[in-house]
Design a protein around this ligand. Structure first.
Ligand code: NI
Length: 273
């Protein structure tokens, strides 16, 4: 079975003791490709270095909305330079986070930084990895509204392949309506470990209504470990548990889900052999 983890933060220090083993376990568990997104210029550089050292690892580069203290002209310049690397397949993770950031002027800066990075993604013709988190972890609110506004305007200015596959709404935690608006903009929807949680019936109901050819599976390691690993450090090998749950939701076999989601990731990130 060939699986893909389209979102794992392998540069985190939680992997310092055993990073090579974690990647090896992933490969032994059938993961053929892993995407490590950057959080700022230093983490983006580490993601690129991991991609250089490991054939199955690819990188995205960018500034996460809660890491914008790091966002300066020279730091952005470094990220732009990194984006020319052949194993950088996306710009991310970028987006909006109103959970950790409450001040209106800082939220306004998030939107500006997002727009600048979207503009850059268009320029270099790469898809984007989008982070979105609402205040108080609501399913819908101002973050969804602001994000959809910005993405709608950006997507309307795209053409060709990027317009058809502009990116992924990573670790999606919104309403069905928001997911449908994302799909209408041709975005993929990233599904993470919480889909396996006992109390997540409503989330599973939303996923049941998403077309399989628009779903990506992600661990978001070291966070959001799926059942039966919940509470532990997450790692890419556990992506299998998410695939199993999606198979159950969509009445398919795990092998079918692996084939479909790995093909989805290959289309979006254009990293096929
Ligand atoms: Ni992330």
């Amino acid at each position: 079975m060939q699986l893909t983890d389209t979102h794992c933060h392998l540069d985190y220090n939680k992997f310092d003791p055993d990073r090579a083993e974690v990647i090896q376990r992933a490969n032994e568990s059938g993961l053929i490709r892993l995407l490590v997104p950057g959080l700022h210029h230093k983490s983006s550089k580490e993601a690129v270095q991991l991609a250089e050292q490991n054939p199955s690892v690819y990188a995205a580069v960018g500034f996460h909305p809660t890491d914008l203290d790091e966002f300066s002209e020279s730091a952005f310049q470094q990220v732009k330079q990194l984006a020319t690397h052949p194993k950088v397949v996306a710009i991310g993770e970028i987006g909006i986070d109103y959970y950790w950031v409450k001040e209106p002027e800082k939220r306004a800066f998030q939107r500006e930084a997002l727009k600048e990075q979207l503009h850059f993604a268009k320029k270099v013709n790469k898809p984007v990895v989008i982070h979105m988190r609402e205040e108080d972890d609501a399913w819908f609110g101002q973050a969804s509204v602001d994000l959809l506004d910005i993405l709608t305007e950006w997507q309307s200015g795209l053409s060709g392949n990027l317009a058809e596959q502009p990116g992924v709404l990573h670790s999606f935690n919104g309403t069905l309506e928001t997911a449908q608006k994302g799909l209408a903009l041709n975005f993929y929807i990233g599904i993470t470990g919480p889909v396996t949680y006992k109390n997540a019936e409503q989330k599973r109901e939303i996923i049941r209504q998403l077309p399989l050819e628009k779903i990506l599976i992600e661990t978001d390691s070291p966070f959001l470990a799926p059942v039966p690993r919940r509470g532990n450090r997450n790692e890419p090998a556990f992506v299998r548990h998410i695939a199993d749950k999606i198979a159950e939701i969509h009445s398919k076999s795990p092998a079918e889900i692996a084939v479909i989601t790995t093909a989805n990731a290959e289309r979006l990130f254009a990293w096929g052999d």
